[in-house]
Design a protein around this ligand. Sequence first.
Ligand code: ADP
Ligand code: MG
Ligand code: MG
Ligand code: MG
Length: 413
Amino acid sequence: DARSAYEALTVETLPNRLSSVEVLAGKVGPDPSVWQVQEVGDGNLNLVFIVSGPNGAAIVKQALPYVRLVGDSWPLPLYRAFYEYHALTRQAARDPGSVPELYYFDETQALIVMEYLSPHVILRRKLIAGERVGGLAEFLGRYCARTAFRGSELSMASPDKKADVALFAGNVEIPAITESLVFTDPYYDAEMNNHTDGLDPVVAKLRADVGLKVKAQQALQRFVSNTETMVHGDLHSGSIMSTGSDSRVIDPEFAQYGPMGFDIGMLCANFLMAYFSQPAHRGDDLAAYQEWILGVITQVCAVFESEFRHLWKTERTGILYPAALFEDQGHDSSPACDAVLAGVWRDAWAVCGIEMHRRCLSLAHNADFEEIADTTVRAPLEARNLMMGAALIHAADTLAGAEDVCNMAREFN
Ligand code: ADP
Ligand code: MG
Ligand code: MG
Ligand code: MG
């Protein structure tokens, strides 16, 4: 049963093995012999099952002891499910309603039972299909600001923050994937890299740019040493599920304490890659849809700023920038907030450029480009994306804001 040694679930074994999990039986139906089980995992790492029955449905997500994308030659610890579970509880507390409801966690089986999001689909699929999502930018801007602020010493009591940093510091292998795959592999001939035919000249140019590599490594240095807040760690458009008007964030197994700008930077990169890939996916409405994507980026950043400033005024209960130093002495603290936000954006735009590189050059590409079957179409679009990524990394400290970034995208398009 679920309490014995770890064993990967299958569609066939799941009903019997999880029949004693009461919350699952409550959601799906009391008789496991009529449960229907479908494996829907399309990610790189884990098993994901939809379990449905007369009462409804639930999701069962189980970690595998290796990287699904690569196979058992690349082992990966099961304990990442423990961090996913803890990350989900923190995200639910810091931005209520932003993540699927958690029903059950089994540490030995590395298994999470959670709310089945329906009719939500992966945002990346919607972006490839040219669909618009109402409220998307507001949701994501608020999510990023609330999780960044409320997971930091701007808000948390210092002992609680330290305990949480210590807890998440146990998640070592998963951040190591980000450290190599995201920050480093794009800039040398790493073993698992691959890129589209025709990109060799652009790749050579990036790797010859020593200044660029310094900036990418500085971003990595901040990523590994700055435990400002709990980041989602993998906030791309495949970790967001949406209907036409409602969105949620899923899949936080890469959660760690890191820079406040990390999630929003990775997120913006994925919108920019959607933008650059659109000429291969759209017809008549190409220009309008691309502008919609840029509008989402601009608005995500604007909502992030306004929500962060609101929390600064109303929830600054941690040890950082205490009212005793500012408001209590009759001083406005908004210059301090400006300075904090400037650091957030510097980190965000550097991560944004790096993410645009790694999704075309190292392991784990994204469908936006990968599903362009004709590589003579794909390569020039990826090249625009790569060149803009480099420009972003170089300009990360000096960009005025998301409007600048969108104008840059229009120039590279
Ligand atoms: P991985 O860690 O392997 O990337 P994900 O958590 O991203 O796994 O889930 C893989 C897929 O399973 C998602 O792309 C989505 O299609 C589906 N999925 C995951 N969680 C849910 C959920 N709560 N509701 C509905 N579908 C889900
Ligand atoms: Mg995923
Ligand atoms: Mg490729
Ligand atoms: Mg995942």
